[in-house]
Write a protein that binds this ligand. Structure first.
Ligand code: TMP
Length: 200
């Protein structure tokens, strides 16, 4: 089972993915949490480069996909094979939203590379934490090269477009409701959608 969290920088997805991880662990569920880019030694090195260095958009796309392939092989696949619930703080939708909709790279190419790097693994459910970019920029703690307002507006619209295209998989959560309320709806949605797996 794969649960992903998506959203622009400053949307609160890292907080929510950690909360869910702690919650499931406390329920005795076998669960792991990773972030993208990252989660493996190579992935963390690539994260450093991706966040700090000025890169052209093609190099950037390929490095995100490289970090992903490594994470899927080293962690995601083995964890899923042993029956764990895996939570990812960002996955393929981020690449489509940031490098596709944000940077303007060909969407079909990004989709194909996503599929290649993820070995075809798709999330069972994705929580898209939606926030106004104007609000989000003030909340960003770790500054990256991806946090400019105009850019984030395109990325947010991209995420919403992805959600419209796959309403069964992608649940859009309005983060104006506050951290605890958003978390409660995540728990409610999981138990509603996967009753055999999560009876909270
Ligand atoms: P994070 O700090 O939210 O974990 O993400 C690091 C930055 O990397 C964030 O600004 C979004 C960006 N990013 C992409 O541009 N494309 C991707 O595929 C991923 C996973 C992240």
């Amino acid at each position: 089972m794969l649960i992903t969290f998506e959203g622009i920088d400053g949307s609160g997805k890292t907080t929510q993915s950690r909360k869910l991880y702690e919650f499931l662990r406390a329920k005795g569920i076998n669960v792991s949490l990773y972030r993208e880019p990252g989660g493996t030694p190579l992935g963390e090195e690539l994260r450093d480069i991706l966040i700090k260095r000025e890169l052209n958009e093609r190099t950037e796309l390929l490095l995100f996909e490289s970090a992903r392939a490594q994470l899927v092989l080293e962690k995601l696949k083995p964890d899923m094979e042993r029956g764990a619930v895996v939570i990812l703080d960002r996955f393929t939708d981020s690449t489509l939203a940031y490098q596709g909709y944000g940077r303007g790279l060909d969407l079909e190419l990004v989709r194909r590379l996503n599929e290649f790097a993820s070995f075809g693994i798709k999330p069972d459910i994705t929580f898209l934490l939606d926030v106004e970019p104007e609000l989000a920029v003030n909340r960003i703690r770790e500054k990256t090269r991806f946090d400019k307002l105009e850019f984030l507006k395109r990325v947010r619209d991209g995420f919403l477009e992805i959600a419209r295209g796959e309403p069964e998989r992608v649940v859009v959560l309005d983060t104006r409701r506050g951290e605890e309320e958003v978390f409660q709806s995540i728990v409610d949605i999981l138990s509603e959608k996967f009753p055999g797996k999560f009876d909270f």
